[in-house]
Design a protein around this ligand. Structure first.
Ligand SMILES: CC(C)(COP(=O)(O)OP(=O)(O)OC[C@H]1O[C@@H](n2cnc3c(N)ncnc32)[C@H](O)[C@@H]1OP(=O)(O)O)[C@@H](O)C(=O)NCCC(=O)NCCS
Length: 244
């Protein structure tokens, strides 16, 4: 018998999207979300934002027992972090991430952050690590062969972003102030988390490879948290948004 997970991480791999699906997705967004989508300069970004937020609402609606994703009372906090404004949600917390080919959503009854990233050709791993990562992480990357370094770079990046999103601060929290250990072997964990955020032992980190250089990471403020990763098939998502 396996115990129920403490956190859920949902991943959607994006597919080419027809106009009718995009319209149905847009229809469930709030006016705020629509305005944010419209402000994006490129059509691909507008489409990705629309799909990501429709998926976010689709997942949240399932957890809240709502039939219409439009009814999810989604707002955002002072730093842009997503919030569920409903007594019905209880203590449910959520996080959203989107990359070129993936959307990821995390839900937990405690602080939670998710990040999904894909390796982009030509990324200056060493320079970025030197500038933004903890010294031990930059050193770890330098010791790896190029292919392994690319994978580790994306993993490290997602783990670090997951934490700064879980605390709601985003990049206002320095990325070099804490480190991620154990990605090579053992159990991944944080080191150097400030006491005001509970210290290292308050957090559990879960990672998943999504293939082709893509990775997802989830930070949960709960010791020993079990995180379930769930992949949503594109067809299942698309069927939930039939054209009007
Ligand atoms: C939040 C942040 C970590 C996003 O990381 P990212 O890898 O670029 O993007 P992701 O797709 O993983 O995450 C974006 C989502 O995180 C959420 N988010 C935004 N701010 C957040 C915060 N402070 N805490 C938690 N989640 C946040 C939003 O839901 C956002 O999705 P949306 O824009 O579609 O609503 C980062 O960009 C940040 O700190 N931004 C704050 C603004 C800022 O510093 N801008 C200057 C950039 S140089």
């Amino acid at each position: 018998l396996t115990a129920a997970p403490d956190a859920h991480a949902y991943v959607l791999r994006l597919q080419p999207c027809e106009r009718a699906l995009l319209q149905a997705c847009r229809a469930v967004l709030s006016s705020d979300e629509r305005e944010r989508a419209d402000r994006l300069r490129f059509e691909t970004d507008r489409a990705r934002y629309t799909i990501a937020h429709a998926y976010f609402r689709f997942v949240l609606a399932q957890h809240l027992g709502l039939t219409d994703p439009a009814d999810v009372p989604l707002t955002s906090g002072a730093n842009g972090e997503p919030l569920i404004a409903s007594a019905r949600a209880g203590a449910l917390r959520c996080s959203l991430s989107h990359a070129r080919d993936h959307v990821a959503v995390a839900l937990a009854p405690t602080a939670v952050g998710i990040d999904v990233e894909e390796y982009r050709e030509g990324t200056e791993i060493e320079r970025i690590a030197q500038r933004y990562f903890a010294p031990e992480e930059a050193a770890e990357l330098r010791a790896l062969e190029p292919d392994a370094a690319r994978e580790r770079f994306v993993q490290l990046w997602t783990c670090k972003e997951a934490f700064i999103k879980a605390i709601g601060l985003g990049l206002a929290h320095p990325l070099d102030g804490f480190a991620v250990r154990g990605l090579g072997a053992g159990v991944p964990r944080y080191a150097g988390i400030p006491v005001e955020h509970g210290g290292d032992d308050a957090w559990t980190l879960a990672t998943r490879s999504l293939g082709a250089g893509a990775h997802a990471a989830v930070a949960v403020r709960l010791p020993g948290a079990r995180t379930a990763f769930i992949h949503t098939a594109w067809t299942a998502f698309a069927h939930a948004f039939p054209p009007n």
